[in-house]
Design a protein around this ligand. Structure first.
Ligand SMILES: C[S@@+](CC[C@H](N)C(=O)[O-])C[C@H]1O[C@@H](n2cnc3c(N)ncnc32)[C@H](O)[C@@H]1O
Length: 399
């Protein structure tokens, strides 16, 4: 028994080493090929684990409807074009497009006496599971279940995706906090920005945080410059992204100490990596070279980028704090911490699995998630804490 266990571990070790040597060279340049939510409809899929973004979207729904109610009417256009940038798969993107179409058609019927046709562009990185998304589309026009034409647009929203002046409405929900790449200095072992012992930047050293902040600034400006070209004059850009209030420094991405410790990218994640290291399954360098490419911007950072880019008039720019789970869900998990650990691990699988697999390979990646699950369910004190995360909502009109 023992010898078969150590054989498995040594096989894992070797394959991890080989994989690591290959991946280290492609990690920065190839992020767009591996950053995606977990596809399909299994327990660890994004489709089954998109509740946190869904509650953020529910919260921003009145703002999105209000923005549509005041936007310009394009009377001479037969069809209106809406894009969801970073759509992933599942319920959220379909509900968002449905909401925009519903609100626009109501307004056009009322104010113009006709309903335009609608084209919806579902856009995400090529690694997104577009097949699952297309399979989940309701049938076209049957009892008005879907009254828009649907297209998939593969590509990074940090680049141009559409011709000039093409879009009337562009939305991007729970996606823009994902960066285009891990800053190169963070991946350089000789640099002071080498992120030793952490998978993310919350609480990291100054040089790491500064490198992420710089990357975030460049990325947001690139995103806005592209949308400035693609959105027609009078058209609307609506963004919801994970964020932090202005008063909070970037090394404190998540606010109060409880929310920080409970967030899936922090303590349990770092402990799970440490477990793999202590069990001799990975090298220290393998752990230290894994970084999560996410950054939570402040309202100030977002405002500065919009002004710097020009071409947009800000109609709304707000920070909102959202409670992590409902009271009922929390009570259910307090009664069953194992299912809490499983739910948290599935959430992490849904958002990080393709990235972790690219770094560790499938076997070790599953070992990491198992350790994460164990760590999360063992932290009983944390289960009792009510935690929060923040979002920034932006509504801007193309001038
Ligand atoms: C958390 S999901 C949100 C999906 C969906 N909007 C929702 O609210 O449920 C984030 C999505 O952003 C996509 N994404 C991240 N970086 C991207 C980029 N540079 N270009 C396009 N999509 C990106 C990811 O692939 C992922 O599908």
């Amino acid at each position: 028994m023992e010898s078969s266990r150590s054989m498995t571990i040594s096989t894992i070790k070797e394959s991890s080493e080989l994989k690591y040597m290959n991946e280290c060279q492609t990690w920065t340049g190839g992020l767009h090929r591996i950053l995606c939510m977990q596809g399909g409809d299994g327990d660890g899929s994004y489709a089954k684990n998109s509740d946190p973004p869904a509650s953020a979207i529910t919260l921003s729904k009145p703002l999105l409807i209000a923005a549509i109610q005041t936007m310009k009417i394009f009377k001479s256009e037969d069809s209106l074009r809406i894009a969801d940038l970073g759509c992933a798969t599942g319920y959220n993107t379909l509900a968002t497009i449905e909401l925009v179409v519903e609100s626009l058609s109501g307004r056009y019927n009322k104010e113009c006496g006709f309903e335009p046709e609608f084209e919806a562009f579902f856009s995400d990185l090529p690694s997104n599971d577009f097949n699952s998304l297309f399979r989940s589309l309701p049938p076209f026009n049957e009892n008005k279940k879907r009254r828009y034409y649907a297209c998939g647009v593969p590509g990074s929203f940090y680049h141009r995706l559409f011709p000039k002046g093409k879009l009337h409405v562009a939305v991007s929900l729970s996606a823009l906090h994902w960066l285009s790449q891990i800053p190169e200095v963070v991946l350089d072992k000789r640099s002071s920005a080498w992120n030793k012992g952490r998978a993310w930047i919350d609480g990291a050293k100054k040089d790491v945080v500064e490198a992420y902040a710089k990357q975030s600034e460049e990325d947001l400006e690139a995103f806005l410059r592209c949308r400035r070209e693609e959105i027609v004059q009078g058209g609307m850009l609506f963004i919801l992204m994970a964020g932090r209030p202005c008063s909070r420094r970037p090394e404190n991405q998540l606010g109060d100490p409880d929310s920080r410790a409970k967030h899936p990218f922090t303590s349990s994640m770092d402990q799970a990596w440490e477990d793999l290291l202590n069990e001799g399954l990975i090298h220290e360098e393998t752990r230290d070279s894994f970084n999560i490419p996410a950054y939570m911007r402040s309202v100030d950072e977002v405002e500065k980028a919009i002004h710097q880019c020009g071409g947009f008039e800000i109609q709304k720019l707000v920070y909102q704090r959202i409670v992590e789970h409902s009271k009922e869900k929390q009570e259910e998990w307090i009664r069953d911490p194992v299912s809490y650990g499983r739910a948290k691990a599935n959430l992490v699988r849904a958002t990080l699995k393709p990235m972790v697999e690219a770094h560790l390979g499938p076997k070790l990646s599953e070992e990491l998630f198992k350790r994460f699950e164990k760590r999360a369910s063992a932290d009983l004190a944390m289960l009792h804490k009510t935690c929060f995360y923040g979002v920034i909502v932006v509504c801007a009109v193309r001038k």
